[in-house]
Design a protein around this ligand. Structure first.
Ligand code: SF4
Length: 65
């Protein structure tokens, strides 16, 4: 899996961090999303899909292997 985010459209809602805290974080200053692992291991894939579903700005996309 490869994760792509368009941080310029992130609204800092933080739902991705709640859904997948090992994969996403937020910048302390502006709250914008930070991807901790662009190629997360299989056990984290479902949490990434959940984060993509929950993101209100729809900025999280991914390619499955
Ligand atoms: S859920 Fe979406 S809008 Fe909210 S911080 Fe994560 S990427 Fe940004």
């Amino acid at each position: 899996m490869k994760i792509m985010v368009d941080a310029t459209k992130c609204v800092g809602a933080g739902l991705c961090v709640v859904a997948a805290p090992k994969v996403f974080s937020q910048n302390e200053d502006d709250g914008l999303v930070i991807v901790l692992q662009e190629n997360p291991p299989p056990e984290l894939h479902e949490s990434v899909r959940e984060a993509a579903r929950l993101c209100p700005a729809l900025v999280i996309t991914y390619e499955d292997d």
